[in-house]
Each structure stands twice: as C-alpha cells, then as structure tokens.
Design a protein around this ligand. Structure first.
Ligand SMILES: [Zn+2]
Ligand SMILES: [Zn+2]
Ligand SMILES: [Zn+2]
Length: 170
C-alpha cells in the first residue's frame, strides 16, 4: 500500500482498517464518506456542467445523485407528480432536461426543469374537463395544455409563465 491518500479504495475491509489504524491526528481531517441511500455505495464528488455534485460510485447501474452544498451531498428534494402523486424523476432527452412521472407511460406528466427543479406545479383548472393545465413546450413555444391530453385537448396560450385566460364571450 502506498502512503498516498487512498480515498479511491472503497472496500469495507479497507475502510475498517483505516479506521482502526488511524492516529488521532487523522481525526478531524476532512474526507468523510457519504453513502448512497439507494445502493449503499460510496458517493463520489464530481464536477458537472453546472458545478460540483455527488454521484454514486456504482453509476451507471445506480443513478443516484445529490447536489453539493459546501462540499457535502445534499439530498435532492423530492417532487411529486401533480396528477397521481408519484415521485417525479429528472430526465434528459436530446439535450432537454425535464421531469417525468415515474408512472410513465401510464401517467404522461412531464414538467419543465427550472434550475434543477420541476417548473411550478401550481394548478390551473382546465375549464373543459375539470382537471388541470400544465405548462408545456411546443413547436411554437410554451403553452398550457390539459393534464388529460390527449383525452382533453383544451389548451391556453402562455404569457410570462402563466396561462392566458381565453376571452370570455360577451
Ligand atoms: Zn448508489
Ligand atoms: Zn403521475
Ligand atoms: Zn381538460
């Protein structure tokens, strides 16, 4: 074994040994290990496009990631599907990041990603069917479509992130 900092070794054996043989000068040295809550692997500090984050050593078989806050992994907040209340998962498709319901394809809810969070899940009622509208991105830009699409095709234009109410007939 070298005298180098062997942070990258990760067997439990090694960890225990290190713990037993460490002298007091070792205590307090940063280098705390964080466990992946999903698979109990070690979390590794990584550099991404948007700065540091934590990823599981078992990536890609485990896709757990956490945000980095002052060198510590911070558990990503959980967000829930506005329709079926299942967790939302952050996904990437063709360079677009968005949030999708884990119940896909039964539940087709997707929400835009805004700085790592799903876009507002504020509910706007759908006048046509009593369900509600979510903001979507279409070929012509944003609009609000019914959560029940394609069963309900009611939609409204988007203005600054809010649905524009249809003019009521006089
Ligand atoms: Zn993991
Ligand atoms: Zn859902
Ligand atoms: Zn509707």
């Amino acid at each position: 074994m070298s005298d180098r900092d062997d942070d990258f070794q990760s067997t439990n054996d090694h960890w225990e040994k290190e713990f037993l043989t460490q002298d007091s000068s070792y205590i307090g040295v940063p280098g705390k290990r964080y466990r992946c809550p999903k698979c109990s692997g070690l979390l590794l500090s990584k550099k991404g496009k948007n700065g540091a984050f934590w990823g599981c050593e078992n990536y890609p078989s485990c896709d757990y990631t956490a945000n980095d806050e002052e060198g510590r992994p911070v558990r990503a907040k959980k967000y829930f599907c506005p329709v079926c209340n299942s967790p939302l998962k952050r996904k990437s498709y063709k360079g677009n990041t968005f949030w999708g319901c884990v119940n896909y394809p039964e539940c087709k809810v997707t929400l835009e990603d805004v700085e790592g969070r799903p876009a507002s899940t504020k509910k706007y009622p759908c006048r046509a069917c009593g369900h509600y509208l979510i903001r979507k991105k279409g070929p012509k830009g944003y609009f609000w479509g019914c959560i029940k699409y394609p069963e309900c095709r009611h939609s409204l234009d988007d203005y600054n992130g809010l649905p524009v109410p249809r003019k009521t007939r006089r």
